[in-house]
Design a protein. Structure first.
Length: 166
């Protein structure tokens, strides 16, 4: 059966501190489609971000869901809490076609808590990938870099000392 941790999609804090009880705030949680390697990619992401999966569900865990027998162990849904957000994904069933691994319409943006964390995340996640913009001081005043990881996912890592109080 699949694993889950209660209410991983509804954090009690925001990026700016505790969420006031009277304010409803949307939470943005990136969701990525993979062509059969979601588990491999998320094991890699967990090695960089740390933590535990909040949920791992395979196609075979969903009663009545039609899937090809060779896809039984593929990922129907996987979730990795990262800070106050949750990074989520699935494998696209072959019957639905392949997902474009070279799309360039979206990036996952990470706001790091320190320059050291920005370096650790940038270098860890970009390992084996293609750096588009090396992490360094940017013209707009933050410490910033962009890359496509080895799974084709595009990322931006940013640290702004003006927002962190450093």
């Amino acid at each position: 059966m699949f694993q889950t941790k209660k209410s991983y999609l509804f954090p009690t804090k925001t990026a700016f501190g505790p969420k006031p009880p009277h304010i409803t705030m949307a939470t943005l949680n990136p969701h990525v489609n993979f062509n059969g390697n979601a588990e491999e990619a998320f094991t890699f992401y967990r090695s960089v971000f740390g933590g535990d999966f909040a949920m791992v569900m395979r196609f075979k865990d969903l009663p009545g869901f039609p899937f090809a027998p060779h896809e039984a162990d593929k990922i129907m849904h996987i979730a990795l809490p990262v800070g106050n957000s949750v990074l989520m994904a699935n494998d696209v069933p072959e019957a639905m076609g392949r997902t474009n691994e070279n799309e360039n319409r979206s990036k996952i943006a990470i706001g790091a808590a320190s320059k050291e964390e920005a370096d650790r995340l940038f270098h860890g996640l970009s390992e084996g990938g293609q750096v588009e913009m090396p992490i360094s001081d940017s013209p707009w005043g933050s410490y910033f870099g962009m890359f496509r990881d080895k799974y084709g996912i595009e990322w931006m890592v940013d640290f702004d000392a003006r927002r962190s109080g450093e």
